[in-house]
Design a protein around this ligand. Structure first.
Ligand code: ATP
Ligand code: MG
Length: 248
């Protein structure tokens, strides 16, 4: 089945398309088999959220854009699911916010890192970090701790779509401002984030880019104000409420 063989009128069109991209990602060696399980979890939460961007998530996406724009060194962390689902959207966001892209895998293999870096370059990325792996995140076991010294290790703001709970926690412990995209508001990863974004990466990435474009000319004071006014707990609660009550 190719992307074009699912009729757009199908009620689960977007969801089937997304699933198909992950399957292709696994076939190409971009996504790990565990990535399929993460995808299944994500689909279940997206279904409960009504497969839409909640107003609270839209606000968090604007705050994330403000963080990326005012950062000294923003980095977008790329894993096998995001690389398969939204490579162009990632590259566009990196361009608009002047952020680095760094491949950062839970199940790290050198081969998969290189396959993903190549995949991103095929989609137009100029520089992809993650292959040097010459620094370590403190508090994690060896393979999962590896990062680039001039990438995530040096970053002040990191966008981590679908990060696992342990590493999200370890990055926050390093004092980095973490922006986490995760459809499960109860998961540990969004709970350790400065900005939890409870939305599908497919919708979240282009929306952060749109907000960043909108804020390009904003003053430093304006960006500070957007960042300071944000309440992560309220966002998580709004998402949980939406799931439980089917309401915004
Ligand atoms: P932990 O509590 O350690 O974070 P977890 O249950 O979140 O554990 P993971 O394997 O990291 O374990 O789960 C993947 C996460 O990614 C899930 O929370 C899932 O909802 C989320 N997810 C999967 N696909 C997407 C997507 N396309 N967009 C946003 N979030 C997604
Ligand atoms: Mg998680």
């Amino acid at each position: 089945m190719s992307d074009t063989e699912v009729p757009e009128s199908h009620p689960r069109y977007q969801s089937l398309l997304t699933r198909h991209r992950i399957e292709t990602g696994v076939e190409k060696g971009i996504t790990s088999p565990q990535g399929l399980i993460a995808q299944g979890r994500g689909e279940a939460f997206d279904y409960l959220l009504g497969e839409r961007t909640l107003p609270s998530a839209d606000e968090a996406e604007r705050v994330a854009a403000a963080h990326l724009l005012r950062a000294r060194h923003p980095v977008l962390s790329v894993n096998g699911n995001v690389a398969a689902l939204a490579p162009e959207e990632l590259i566009e966001l990196a361009g608009v916010t002047d952020a680095d892209l760094e491949v950062n895998l839970f199940n790290r293999t050198e081969e998969r890192i290189h396959t993903i870096a190549e995949h991103l370059r095929e989609h137009g990325a100029h520089e992809v970090k993650g292959t040097t792996a010459d620094e370590r995140i403190p508090g994690l076991d060896h393979e999962r701790a590896k990062v680039d010294a001039d990438g995530i290790y040096d970053a002040d703001v990191v966008l981590v779509p679908l990060e696992d709970g342990d590493r999200a926690h370890a990055l926050a412990e390093m004092g980095k401002t973490e922006l986490v995209i995760d459809l499960n508001p109860l998961s540990r990863s969004p709970r350790s984030a400065a900005v939890p974004i409870v939305d599908n990466v497919i919708r979240a990435l282009p929306n952060i880019t749109a907000h960043a474009r909108d804020l390009t000319d904003a003053s430093a004071e304006e960006l500070d104000h957007i960042v300071d006014a944000f309440d992560p707990d309220a966002t998580l609660q709004a998402a949980e409420r939406a799931i439980r009550t089917n309401d915004d």
